[in-house]
Design a protein around this ligand. Structure first.
Ligand SMILES: Cc1cc2nc3c(=O)[nH]c(=O)nc-3n(C[C@H](O)[C@H](O)[C@H](O)COP(=O)(O)OP(=O)(O)OC[C@H]3O[C@@H](n4cnc5c(N)ncnc54)[C@H](O)[C@@H]3O)c2cc1C
Length: 510
């Protein structure tokens, strides 16, 4: 992916078939669907791909066991089907993971057992493997850090785990491979209006501060929690509500297992996950309605307290605040059509809505269903048959880096077949003793993955900032220096990068 080349393309293409605004899961899904049908597509993202909610998820490709409680069978079925497709098309990015619900009273064995059997039944031929009941001894063998007091046993079920930001980059690459164009740091400013109708957009290149007037037959708004701002003339029928979700990352020793724990009922009646991730343990998430819509939200201490309080009874030696290596908070975009429902009650289902001005809005949804959302958005805009393109083919489209034999213990598995090429970019020894990041990864991210600044490299091309924020702050000057040498930049550039990155990184520390 080459940003300069794509910027030059902007003055060469007179009319795009489609411009997608927003480079998170939803926008990438729509752009891929359209480009793979042969449409001339441009996707623009104000910051970096997946910088919004799409890099801050729990990293599950799942049907959503908890939605069964609300009898959302259709949503679960769709998501389980998507789980199967995503694993099939991106086996280097989606892994089959064991989740265990520890059981401390016999009624729960029965209750959750039935729920998970139903989950198995709905997944049918798309199953990742069937649910198993474990006795106390086997549960402890699988989860040797579990609190054993009053433990009766466990229920083990299968679901998918992935790396959200790496998945987003693979999608961006795939879009380009099928003929689409993607640009990060390109902000949508306003619609371009001629003869009282919208025929494109005005966008600003945030790197060179240059405005572009772009013509397009269709426009998709995929700006997640920022959608209300962009819903120029949308009917008041729908509104995006934001729900804040926080995760903490602690040392691997707190879980010390390849299996994840699913805590089925938190104080506020939700679920909480304790998951092995990048040689650490990821714990989350919260669900708090908020009006504070910010791309770089600072985590409130109440969220941390909630997570630590809820995980306390399940681990023999639970983490404390001082053990937190990193903390991050994302905002769920949830569709509401009545103002008084709480975000916990709102469905995770998505809505594709065409407003009177012809703009298609992708509202709500989950990472797991990004492909389906993309397909439905493009079907919606092609329904009037003004443009002639075929049906979606993303259900069998392999994603960039596709590799079917994968060692998920290797932190570099996310590159799939690209690892070979990455290694040609420089030294592979890690520059940190705690997180794996090498010169080759930095140079590859700049040359091949449209990484523009220090944050792109440390937060999303690698996941250093999410894995261990303090260590990331320590290595940031070294990484900035390597970037400067790759980009042939001077010390002033390096200092500016650090000045921008360090205040952001401090938000990941508690
Ligand atoms: C805490 C949490 C945990 C979650 N866990 C899971 C999970 O485990 N599995 C799962 O399936 N789903 C999960 N989800 C849901 C999933 O992450 C989201 O549904 C999904 O990432 C939303 O993607 P999006 O593209 O709609 O929004 P975003 O990722 O927020 O993307 C919108 C993009 O639009 C850009 N933008 C905004 N304004 C402009 C503009 N003017 N010009 C250009 N670009 C603009 C933003 O910068 C942003 O990058 C979770 C969500 C949260 C909050």
């Amino acid at each position: 992916m080459n940003r300069d080349k794509n910027i030059r393309l902007l003055s060469k293409v007179s009319v795009w078939d489609l411009i997608v605004i927003g480079g998170g899961a939803s926008g990438l899904g729509a752009a891929l669907d359209a480009a793979s049908r042969g449409m001339k597509v441009l996707l623009i993202e104000k910051y970096d791909f997946s910088k919004g909610t799409s890099s801050k998820s729990t990293k599950l490709i799942h049907g959503g066991v908890r939605y069964l409680k609300n009898a959302e069978f259709k949503l679960v079925r769709k998501a389980l089907h998507e789980r199967y497709i995503l694993k099939k098309n991106a086996p280097h990015l989606v892994q089959n993971k064991d989740f265990i619900i520890p059981i401390y009273n016999w009624i729960n064995f029965f209750f959750y057992g039935i729920g998970l059997r139903l989950y198995d039944a709905i997944s049918g031929k798309w199953s990742f493997g069937s649910t198993k009941f474990l006795n106390k001894k086997t549960t402890i063998e699988h989860l040797n850090s579990i609190n054993t007091k009053s433990l009766k046993g466990g229920i083990k079920y299968k679901d998918g785990q992935f790396d959200d930001a790496r998945f987003a980059i693979s999608l961006a690459h795939t879009i380009e491979n099928v003929g689409g164009t993607v640009l990060n740091y390109m902000e949508y400013l306003s619609p371009r209006i001629e003869n009282n109708s919208i025929n494109g957009i005005i966008a600003n290149d945030k790197i060179d501060q240059k405005e572009f007037h772009l013509s397009s037959k269709y426009i998709i708004n995929a700006t997640g929690v920022f959608s209300n701002k962009l819903m120029m003339s949308i009917t008041s029928q729908f509104k995006i509500k934001a729900s804040r979700g926080t995760h903490v990352v602690v040392d691997r020793s707190f879980l010390n297992s390849q299996h994840a724990i699913m805590i089925p009922k938190t104080i506020d009646g939700r679920v909480l996950f304790v998951i092995p991730w990048n040689n650490k343990t990821l714990i989350g998430t919260t669900d708090e309605e908020t009006n504070e819509i910010d791309i770089d939200l600072k985590t409130p201490l109440t969220d941390i307290g909630f997570i630590l309080e809820n995980v306390k009874n399940y681990l023999s030696s639970p983490p404390k605040k001082k053990d937190i290596k990193s903390v991050f908070t994302g905002l769920r975009p949830l569709v509401s059509n009545k103002d008084n429902s709480s975000t916990k009650e709102l469905s995770r289902a998505h809505i594709i809505h065409e407003s009177d001005d012809g703009i298609i809005h992708m509202l709500g949804g989950k990472w797991t269903t990004y492909r389906l959302m993309g397909l439905e958005a493009i079907d919606c805009l092609l329904k009037d048959k003004t443009l002639q393109f075929g049906n979606s083919n993303t259900s069998s489209l392999r994603l960039f880096g596709f590799k079917d034999v994968v060692d998920f213990q290797d932190p570099l598995h996310v590159y799939g077949t690209e690892l070979k090429r990455l290694k040609t970019y420089g030294a592979m020894v890690s520059i940190s003793n705690h997180i794996f990041i090498s010169e080759a990864m930095i140079a590859y991210a700049i040359h091949e993955e449209m990484a523009i600044n220090l944050e792109d490299i440390l937060a999303r091309r690698t996941r250093c900032l999410f894995i261990d924020a303090k260590e990331t702050i320590k290595i940031a000057p070294k990484v900035a220096k390597i970037m400067a040498s790759v980009l042939k930049m001077d010390d002033t550039w390096t200092t500016k990068q650090l000045d921008l990155f360090l205040p952001l990184a401090s938000k990941y520390i508690i």
